[in-house]
Ligand binder design. Sequence first.
Ligand code: S3P
Length: 434
Amino acid sequence: MSSSAVQTERIISPARNILGSVKLPGDKSISHRYALLSALAKGTTRLTNFSTGADCASSLACSAALGATVKHLEDGTIEVTGTGELRQPEGNLDCGNSGSTMRMLAGLLAPMPGTFTLIGDESLSRRPMERVRKPLMQMGAHIELTDGHAPMTIRGAQLKSLDYTTPIPSAQVKSAVLFAGLNAEGTTTVREAVRTRDHSELALRAFGAEVERTMESVSIEGGQKLSAIDAAVPGDISSAAFFLCAAALFPGSNLVFDSLGMNPTRATLLDVLTALGAHIGVLNLEEKHGELVGTVQVNGPAEGMTGTTVSGALAAQLIDELPVLAAIGPYTKNGIRIRDAKELRVKESDRIALVAQNLRAMGAEVTEFEDGLDVPGGQKLHAAEIDSGGDHRIAMAFSVAALGATGQTVIRGAESAAISFPEFFDLLDQIAER
Ligand code: S3P
């Protein structure tokens, strides 16, 4: 969160149950991609249920700075009129707190004529950017970083295609290479050992590009033009994750999500919660621009949650949901064990360190590893002062942990929730029975 943002606190009281029905704002990952690709597409893209988070507003603002016309209509629809190219802006491109904006823009801008400087807030300026510079440089891009970090200066160049195997599972790196490939000479291929979220592939297709997929690779031919779309963004399943985990804490809970994104590369948490004992039903599954959308109902486990280990490919697929999963670990019978999740250390905060610190503040025993955590089950938590570290997912994860604790928990830096989910605290109040 920007260091200039006013720090606020939220007090979370324990809950007895979780009940209700919610429709969540649009998925953050999909909104970013639609916001950026619509700037490059010719014509007017209409987006409903666009993410309300500050991160996606950063992507829209960058699109506007790059020459697109962005309109916020009264009914909440966002219209983006693209010109078919991205033009050098007058000033810096401010990506705020958003790693997705910076990394994906790097790919889109590398082949554009002009010079572009991408900046971010304090947290984003600490995050690793070499991971996108490296493959893009192999394509012929000119990118400067300071010690591997933002600010990032891109001097547009003619790019050639690349066959790239990602060294770490990262949808942002994959997307940067594919987006660069859209305007490179020849066919660019990205191979990944673990299939990360595939929204870029689906969005590129939605905007009219041909994308070829095999089990382990994605290819795009350079020189393809994009055209505008009309789309409703599916509800954000990573935002739903906080309420799904909250519901899993209480045997009598019953929560329904309308129009929730159910992309299989994102829905792994539903399998994990089912394995923990929650009952999850999916109704009315349909496909919109390649993305699955459905109605999801969750009921808490009658016998309480068991426990599980998340490692390997699962850790990569659940990367954004791991903080909240760890935060409910003490309430399970057998605990939550997380490994192969070193990437958590380079997110908006060091999420392994902050989860451990805050669980301990609430009285839990927890062991920290370089690539994960052991959170034993059968523990009781008490209220504490939570340090969110300005990280939205830490603020929300511990608001969920606080629902099962004794006393009133204070979430410091609660404003950070607005990075992805500004409605979080209001909706939590609506669904939590006290
Ligand atoms: C995202 C990819 C993930 C995820 C982030 C959003 C995306 O990051 O953690 O919140 O939209 O592509 P990495 O690509 O760094 O794994």
